[in-house]
Design a protein around this ligand. Structure first.
Ligand code: URA
Length: 209
């Protein structure tokens, strides 16, 4: 079973409070999502392998650690997942970025893939899939399927807020995927919005409504 990591850090809690607040406008919302993504990125990258390189400080020659050539990819689920990319790229400037787009078929209610473009060597990369809201899990499950179908083997899912229903659905469908959450909320409402949540993350990021 993949592991579940729920961040427990005062800065993340503080910033998520203002992300949730309905009076926070898109500019501040985007900045806060970027900042929380960076803080979460610290935890998501905790197990990256290191290697020694030799450098010269102004005082002496020494061996010091750098991230060893592990290839990384960030894969936002369109559209709201895009909001988390800038923060992650700030931490991981060499990471490649793939994109997965899904829409919900109004009749079957299934997620249908309309776009998937991933780095070529996807099977050699650790992919960090971003989606701010893990609600029912339907779109994240399909996005993970789309990525695995193209060869991805090492995947982490990173969300700001989740409902327990969504986490359970991912753990059942993709038990190999580690899940990183900023916060775990109470439940879903009848319209599949997370409660208390933050509303529609895509609309709040991009000022659409
Ligand atoms: N997607 C969102 O943007 N918000 C929710 O509460 C659920 C899904």
């Amino acid at each position: 079973m993949g592991e579940l990591f729920v961040m427990n850090h005062p800065l993340i809690k503080h910033k998520i409070t203002f992300i949730r607040d309905k009076n926070t406008g898109p500019k501040e919302f985007r900045e806060l999502v970027k900042e929380v993504s960076m803080l979460m990125g610290y935890e998501v990258t905790r197990n990256l392998e290191l290697e020694d390189i030799e450098i010269e400080t102004p005082i002496t020659t020494t061996k010091s650690k750098v991230i060893s050539g592990k290839k990384l990819g960030i894969v936002p689920i369109l559209r709201a997942g895009l909001g988390m990319v800038e923060g992650m790229l700030t931490l991981l400037p060499a990471a490649k970025v793939g994109h997965v787009g899904l829409y919900r078929d109004p009749e079957t209610l299934q997620a249908v893939e309309y776009y998937c473009k991933l780095p070529k060597d996807v099977e050699e990369r650790t992919l960090i899939v971003t989606d701010p809201m893990l609600a029912t899990g339907v779109s994240a499950i399909s996005a993970l399927e789309a990525i695995k179908k193209r060869g991805a083997k090492d995947i982490k899912l990173m969300c700001l807020i989740a409902a327990p229903e969504g986490v359970k659905a991912i753990q059942e469908a993709h038990p190999d995927v580690d899940i990183y959450l900023g916060e775990m909320d109470e439940k879903l409402n009848d319209h599949a919005y997370i409660v208390p949540g933050l509303g529609d993350a895509g609309d709040r990021l991009y000022g659409t409504k």
